[in-house]
Ligand binder design. Structure first.
Ligand SMILES: Nc1ncnc2c1ncn2[C@@H]1O[C@H](COP(=O)(O)OP(=O)(O)OP(=O)(O)O)[C@@H](O)[C@H]1O
Ligand code: SF4
Ligand SMILES: [Mg+2]
Length: 398
């Protein structure tokens, strides 16, 4: 059984932003999955949904099976137990969300005391071990956050994420705001910890190059959907989907002066999730779009060994779309490579809202449910390792 299986996940925010529109993902224990895509394509929404941290009123549909158990239908008490011990999240800018008035060792020890049967001394000892695990001396446990550098604080956040031995770690832009040297150290650290402890990792970034370097597999998101997925290096070096290609070509190739001086970007902006274009959502920006792309939705389809891509040009043999210049709008799909929109399993076309669509607000844990002592108002922002009790800002749970 997979550690994590996400099936047809859909999230719509109040106001109508369809931020995630039918995502399927699978992650095995010990596997590192990178999720890439431009700003606003739904990466953080996906991460928040995994642990039911979405704001009240967000409508969620589909299934999120963690060790076979659907996170979306769990009772709140169970959700709280799963956060920390089952899965934990390190958010974008997490280092800014440590509580300024508590020593970092106490902050790491707190979830251990709450979620593990141990004494205060045992929790403190474990906090020291975790600090050493992330490359900080155990003695730094007595430091206050302001006494640490940004990189050290981010390490503390990772130690917190590891505190209760989670099976799955979700790292949402864990190195944003860090300089490149520290960024590399933190990435190696996360990579090493995942390898040693056989946990699953979902690493989210807009930086395809970093993900290709760190992860086993890569999923590229566009407008709330996964449009390409496969072995990380292959997706980065030889994307099958025109958007995946544009994303990887936006990064200069080291040692290639041509790409360095003229990095290729993608014109235009991703769509507003409240008004996603019809057909293939990428068609207004796609250099190889056909007439039918404006009307026919494209499901993910096989695009080579353990690869999938959602493009009309991708045939069962993994045909690569031609370069932009070669495309003839209106010429119809290349022979033999069409897959009618909505053609069965995995097709997002015409799915509509599944019967099981839920409004997270409705099922939200009542205010005051943070009976285990952590306060949502402890000065943490939207970032940080996300326990049930840390989500006053972003979650429907207190
Ligand atoms: N609480 C919210 N209410 C309404 N819309 C939201 C909310 N949070 C996010 N969105 C919208 O959902 C879409 C996806 O946002 P999300 O934060 O998941 O993107 P992202 O891929 O993580 O982007 P970035 O790379 O900038 O972090 C965006 O258009 C965003 O404006
Ligand atoms: S389906 Fe059409 S618009 Fe979408 S990526 Fe492929 S060619 Fe471009
Ligand atoms: Mg984000």
């Amino acid at each position: 059984m997979s550690l994590l299986e996400v099936r047809d996940l859909k999230v719509t925010y109040p106001g109508g932003a369809a931020a995630v529109r039918g995502v399927d993902l699978t992650l095995a224990a010990g596997e590192k999955l990178g999720v890439a895509g431009e700003s606003g394509c739904g990466k953080s929404t996906l991460a928040l949904a995994l642990l039911r941290l979405l704001p009240p009123g967000a409508r969620v549909g589909g299934e999120i099976l963690l060790d076979g158990e659907d996170v979306l239908t769990m009772k709140w008490g169970r959700v709280r137990a799963v956060r920390w011990a089952g899965a934990s999240i390190v958010f974008q800018g997490a280092m800014h969300s440590l509580n300024a008035v508590h020593r970092v060792g106490d902050q790491i020890a707190e979830p251990i005391l709450l979620h593990r049967r141990t004494t205060a001394a045992g929790a403190r000892r474990r906090a020291g071990e975790l600090l050493e695990q992330v490359g900080l001396p155990a003695a730094r446990a007595s430091a206050y956050p302001h006494e640490l550098s940004g990189g050290q604080r981010q390490r503390v956040m990772i130690a917190m994420a590891l505190a209760c031995d989670p099976r799955l770690i979700v790292a949402d832009e864990p190195t944003t705001a860090l300089d490149v040297m520290i960024q590399a150290q933190i990435l190696r650290l996360i990579e090493g910890l995942v390898g040693e402890q056989d946990v699953g990792l979902i690493m989210i970034s807009h930086d395809l190059a970093v993900l290709a370097d760190t992860c086993d597999r890569l999923a590229v998101m566009y407008a709330g959907r996964v449009v390409e997925e496969g072995p990380a290096r292959q997706v980065y070096d030889d994307a099958r989907h025109p958007y995946g290609r544009a994303l990887s070509e936006a990064f200069p190739t080291i040692g290639d002066p041509a790409s360095r001086f003229a990095p290729r970007g993608l014109p235009g902006d991703p769509p507003d999730p409240a008004a996603v274009p019809s057909g293939c959502a990428f068609h207004p920006r796609c250099p190889v779009a056909l007439d039918l792309c404006a009307t026919q939705d494209q499901p993910l389809r096989d695009a080579g060994a353990r690869r999938r891509a959602a493009c009309v040009h991708v045939g069962p043999d993994g045909t690569v779309p031609p370069d932009g210049a070669g495309a003839t709008a209106g010429s119809g799909p290349p022979e033999g490579d069409t897959a009618p929109a909505g053609d069965g399993a995995g097709s997002p076309a015409g799915r509509g809202e599944p019967a099981g669509t839920r409004d997270t607000g409705e099922g939200a844990e009542p205010a005051g449910g943070a009976a285990d002592g952590r306060s949502g108002g402890d000065g943490r922002g939207a970032g940080g390792v996300a326990p049930a009790e840390d989500d006053g800002v972003r979650s429907s749970a207190p």
